[in-house]
Design a protein around this ligand. Structure first.
Ligand SMILES: O=C(CO)[C@H](O)[C@H](O)COP(=O)(O)O
Length: 222
């Protein structure tokens, strides 16, 4: 990653602070952009009673800074969820899971009112699929799910990684994802699939995009 890209990540992380609601539980995602966001949170500590987090990695970082991290089962609804993306298309559908946290990310996103995506400009695409699509699977299903992804035309690799949930990740390269919601629904149905890293049915609501001309803000449907 270049220094420029890092600067863009820090800029969108700072812009996301404005979306943190006073007195409400904050949903915190995972990744290098979110790390920048977490590192800025002490500046607005008094606004944040507690957080929920989408990974052990973010939980550790939050707790090291003195934030309370709640169990998702103790939380009914989250106001704002701030997370990154590996790709985002014009309909605000995303590919996520480059950091391996896709399942918990989807769970937190599903109970959040507003999903604020923070991303540098390199993540914006017309059609999803340039970034390999991560699929979290129960380990015994890896071979069967790999074969199904290959039948869709993907080149699939088993990531050398164990998720926070004890599962495996397949990375499917070479899919041009013209209908993300349809593909998300299809892959979700396969036996052994825990989560596909397509966030189309529940995509982002706001995109804060880091560009060389500054942070651009987009709202879904505008
Ligand atoms: O989905 C994710 C982790 O599972 C991340 O949001 C995604 O990989 C983007 O990460 P980064 O901010 O490091 O580019």
């Amino acid at each position: 990653m270049t220094t420029d890209q890092n600067a863009l990540k820090r800029a969108v992380a700072r812009a996301a602070l404005e979306y943190v609601e006073e007195g409400r539980i904050l949903g915190v995602g995972t990744g290098s952009t979110v790390d920048c966001f977490i590192d800025l949170l002490p500046e607005i500590r008094e606004r944040i009673p507690a957080c929920v987090s989408s990974s052990e990695r973010s939980t550790k970082r939050l707790e090291a800074l003195g934030f309370k991290v709640l169990d998702m089962n103790d939380v009914e609804e989250i106001g704002v969820y701030v997370d990154g993306a590996d790709e985002i298309d014009p309909s605000f559908a995303m590919v996520k899971g480059g950091g391996g946290a896709l399942t918990r990310e989807k769970i937190v996103a599903s109970v959040s009112k507003t999903f604020v995506c923070i991303a540098d400009a390199s993540k914006q695409v017309d059609v999803l699929g340039r970034f390999p699509l991560p699929v979290e699977v129960i380990p015994m299903a890896a071979r069967a799910v790999k074969a199904k992804l290959e039948a869709l035309g993907a080149t699939v690799t088993l990531r050398d990684f164990v998720t926070d949930n004890g599962n495996a990740i397949l990375d499917a390269k070479g899919l041009a994802i013209a209908e993300p919601e349809k593909l998300e629904a299809e892959i979700n149905m396969w036996p052994g699939v825990v989560t596909v890293g397509l966030f189309a049915k529940r995509g982002a609501d706001v995109l804060l995009l880091g560009t060389t001309e500054g942070v651009k803000t987009f709202a879904k449907g505008e």
